[in-house]
Write a protein that binds this ligand. Structure first.
Ligand code: WT7
Length: 660
């Protein structure tokens, strides 16, 4: 292994939890030993403790038909009942479930009693529209309470939701509706985004107007944007009209632990998105367990805010299912971080006294770019714990997050997981782990991961390789909707070891390194690992080096074909606002090339650094390196339809042709 992949190792700062935090923490160190001695028994106990089963399970894990797992398979429960009624029954009906804040500043408070009442009515509406257990319902809504109410109402009647992020196009809606044969679409006229109403129902109309038959019988429309929309008589129904006449009582029926809960589409290495399938009992167990222990939840006093949209797995697991199963009080915010002003998020934290805040590194870096004066204008003293998710967090962003948002004291949990894993798999536990900026660190209690060579041998401490999960876990995906072969090929064939006791291992698609302590450092997707002159280099690592330089706000690195070295490092950087005029692109190029060379080694020095004003990102904030690779290799730029802003590539190309 080259020294390059090891260079995050040079990050030597350590942050131990304060004795006060540790003394009051939910999780205590003995939990690791307890989980390791019998992981299945550990999960069974967690499940019994955290959830209410209508029929208790007697069998914990059934792995006979690996890689198709069954957890708690003879038990029965209702997921929505576990998130709602039981908290009301336990006397917590008056506890706030959501402080909802609309982008224009309107707000709503829903207690657990309110939310339960809404979900019961919505469940009756769904039933009156002919939706039955097992039917698929597509949800295309902004971040309004009805998004959560819809998901829980679908779950309550045993139907299966497929939430489609509100930024997706008509084509994406249609392909998802078709793939799952959805009978109903729940949408809104529009939602607020960046100071104006962004229409949604017209996009659903377009999706359903496309060529060919579709499975949708009704479209249920929430009124939010009050924008003008067209109406298809017989098919379209107003949410508020249906809710006004709906029965208020609804008894939640229990379903099997393995009853499907939702499908969520995520992109794979091929063009066609994969419908990741999650089921009920195991998923709810692990989302509840991780939410409680990773975020040190004290349900009576904490205010939790996960900024993710419910259209992504993070929103499913840490806005809806985990927090509500734990009876948490949350903030739900409709809009973007910077509308109507750049301090909007910090204002929301101040207003609702958010104590636990969970967001993505890309957001943190964009706040770094605008500077600390914005958050410094708000009272963030309620914050006691910070979380990060979605991509490796570079140490500079980690330190900024802790210092500026966490007052220099809040522990940070960097949580590694995926749509497929359903819940957090690798993270520090805040009262226990001494934090290392940039490292996701340790597997959750009850989870076993390893880092392997391409040939399947453990790399051991001090080396890098491929991250695998070595044993089945409760919230694991149960398959790809309608495509069992692709499920096996994508995740299980790579490290299939016939003859081994646990022959099937889950291939995550991420590169990782184990440090001398055995802590895990994520290095990005393996498709983003470059090979330069036979040396392995991580895009994440070079990006981390670039953004650690004071003139840089954001950076993306790709491996571009090079006749001599195989691949060469090409970087795209956005300079900090106050630096844009301080040096020419040529000067910045020189400064940064030597900076990377100094930090990591000459091998990592980018061949080229392009100073740009934007980076191409998907709507979930992931940088689309594939497109940058096209630019770096002088090719025509490929498919840009999944970009949040499709004009970005044009801006980059124009700029490069002007400067190079
Ligand atoms: C991929 C999964 C999990 C919810 C959001 C993304 C990357 C995620 C981390 C982290 C380094 C991370 C991985 C993973 N990733 N969290 N803390 N450190 N990388 O879900 O869209 O399914 O993406 O996101 O590459 O494979 P997703």
């Amino acid at each position: 292994m080259s020294t390059n992949i090891d260079s995050l190792q040079h990050e030597t700062r350590r942050f131990a939890p304060s004795s006060e935090f540790s003394a009051n923490a939910v999780a205590t160190a003995e939990i690791y030993g307890r989980a390791a001695s019998d992981p299945e028994e550990f999960w069974a106990n967690q499940s019994r403790e955290l959830l209410q089963w209508e029929k208790p399970f007697t069998r914990t894990l059934d792995w006979d038909n690996a890689p198709f797992a069954k957890w708690f398979s003879d038990g029965r429960l209702n997921v929505a009942y576990n998130c709602l009624d039981r908290h009301v029954d336990a006397g917590h009906g008056d506890r706030v479930a959501f402080h909802w804040e609309g982008e224009p500043g309107d707000s709503r408070t829903l207690t657990y009693a309110d939310l339960t009442a809404e979900v019961k009515k919505a469940a009756n509406v769904l039933t009156s529209l002919g939706i039955r257990s097992g039917d698929r319902v597509a949800i295309y809504l902004p971040m309004i309470p009805e998004a959560v109410i819809s998901m829980l109402a679908v779950a309550r009647i045993g139907a299966v939701h497929s939430v489609i992020f509100g930024g997706f196009s008509a084509d994406s809606i249609r392909s998802r509706v078709d793939d799952a044969n959805a009978r109903l679409v729940i949408t809104a006229d529009g939602g607020w985004r960046k100071g104006k109403v962004s229409p949604l129902k017209p996009t659903v109309d377009d999706a359903l107007a496309k060529e060919g038959d579709h499975s949708v019988q009704n479209v249920l429309v929430v009124r939010r944007g009050e924008n003008a929309i067209e109406w298809t008589e017989g098919r379209d129904r107003w949410w508020h009209e249906e809710m006004a006449t709906a029965e208020t009582e609804h008894t939640a029926e229990a379903f099997d632990a393995e009853h499907p809960l939702f499908i969520l589409y995520t992109s794979g290495t091929t063009g066609k998105p994969k419908g990741i399938l999650h089921t009920s009992g195991g998923y709810l167990t692990q989302t509840a367990f991780t939410h409680k222990n990773v975020f040190d939840l004290k349900a009576e006093t904490d205010v939790f805010w996960c900024t993710a949209d419910v259209g992504w797995i993070t929103g499913h697991s840490y806005v809806v299912y985990g927090p509500l199963a734990n009876g948490a009080t949350q903030v739900l915010y409709e809009g973007t971080p910077d509308a109507p002003h750049p301090g909007r998020w910090w204002e929301v934290i101040e207003k609702y006294k958010v104590s636990i805040f969970y967001t993505a590194p890309t957001a943190i870096r964009s706040f770094m770019k605008t500077g600390r004066s914005v958050p410094d204008g708000f009272d963030l003293s309620s914050i006691r714990l910070l979380g990060s998710v979605g991509e490796p967090i570079n140490p500079e962003a980690w330190i900024w997050y802790r210092d500026v948002i966490g007052a220099g004291t809040a522990p940070i949990v960097d949580t590694w997981w995926q749509t497929e894993t359903g819940a957090i798999m690798v993270s520090a536990l805040p009262g226990i782990t001494t934090a290392k900026p940039g490292s996701a660190q340790v597997a959750m209690p009850g989870i076993t991961v390893d880092v392997l060579t391409d040939g399947g041998a453990p790399v051991g401490n001090g080396s890098g390789g491929l991250l695998v999960v070595t044993k089945p876990w409760p919230s694991m995906l149960r398959g790809i909707w309608g495509d069992p072969e692709r499920f096996i090929e994508t995740y299980w064939d790579k490290f299939d070891q016939p003859g081994a006791t646990n022959r099937r291992m889950y291939f995550a698609g991420d590169g990782a390194r184990l440090d001398e302590d055995g802590d895990i450092w994520l290095l990005g997707r393996v498709d983003d690992v470059m090979n330069v002159s036979g040396h392995r280099l991580s895009t994440a690592e070079i990006e981390s080096s670039l953004v650690s330089h004071p003139i840089v706000a954001e950076a993306a690195v790709v491996g571009a074909h090079d006749d001599t070295t195989g691949q060469a490092v090409v970087a795209f950087v956005i300079l900090r606002a106050d630096q844009e005029d301080a040096q020419t692109p040529e000067e910045a190029n020189g400064i940064l090339r030597s900076h990377v060379s100094e930090q990591i080694g000459a091998i990592a020095r980018p061949r080229q650094i392009f100073v740009v004003s934007e980076l191409p990102k998907t709507r979930s904030g992931k940088i689309m390196r594939r497109l940058l690779r096209d630019v770096a290799e002088g090719r025509e730029v490929g498919d840009t339809t999944t970009l949040a802003d499709t004009s970005v590539m044009q801006i980059i190309s124009d700029k490069l042709h002007g400067t190079t």
